[in-house]
Write a new protein. Structure first.
Length: 207
């Protein structure tokens, strides 16, 4: 039985359980051949097959990122896809392998930023997550932190508390004052007091 025959769409299923189960199995077995088959079919004529392959790949990446890290170029190439699902799926996949292949994630930042600027909440969430991971790598920290601060200035207020909390471990040194200023400037943006309090808690921890 091929990997493609086990995808949700091949089984006539509308849920994601077969794709998730397949990803768990491939990740646990470190099945390189299965990964290669999935990547090859990211250009399948069937949109549903393409989508399922991408879903399985980023689910694998969450569990065993080294298995898909060598395909970073292929994911980066899909950032320009006109298919929104493939576009944010590629960004999600890249997010899982930043630590395995940071140079490609960093090189793709202009594309990532463009996609995040016009994409869905999921797309922006993954872009910010990528920036946070790159901010923790000394070679990329300065530029990534600057871009991360820009995201916190412009992102929807609903997302800001999560971004600020997730970024806390990488904010330090000379950049700390910049983030304090940014977060303080946005304290009046929240409709829900609970979200404002989350940002205030981050500010307190930043000192």
């Amino acid at each position: 039985m091929t990997v493609i025959s086990r995808l949700a769409t091949s089984l006539g299923r509308r849920d994601e359980v077969p794709n998730q189960d397949l990803a768990i199995e491939i990740a646990a077995n470190a099945d390189d051949k299965a990964v290669a088959e999935l990547v090859e079919n990211l250009s399948h004529r069937s949109k549903d097959v393409r989508h399922d392959c991408m879903k399985v790949l980023y689910e694998i990446g969450e569990r065993n990122p080294s298995l898909i890290a060598s395909y970073a170029d292929q994911f980066a190439a899909l950032l320009d896809s006109k298919d929104n699902r493939m576009q944010w799926g590629a960004m999600t996949a890249l997010n899982t392998i930043v630590h395995e292949n940071p140079e490609i994630a960093f090189a793709a930042i202009p594309q990532l930023a463009a996609v995040a600027g016009k994409g869905s909440v999921i797309t922006r969430d993954n872009f910010v997550a990528i920036l946070i991971k790159l901010s923790g790598i000394p070679a990329y920290a300065d530029q990534a932190l600057s871009l991360l601060n820009e995201q916190m200035l412009s992102c929807p207020s609903n997302q800001l508390p999560m971004y600020a909390e997730n970024a806390l471990p990488v904010i330090g040194g000379v950049q700390k004052a910049t983030f304090v200023k940014t977060l303080t400037s946005r304290l009046g943006d929240f409709e829900k007091e609970s979200k404002r309090k989350r940002v205030e808690k981050v500010l307190k921890r930043l000192g």
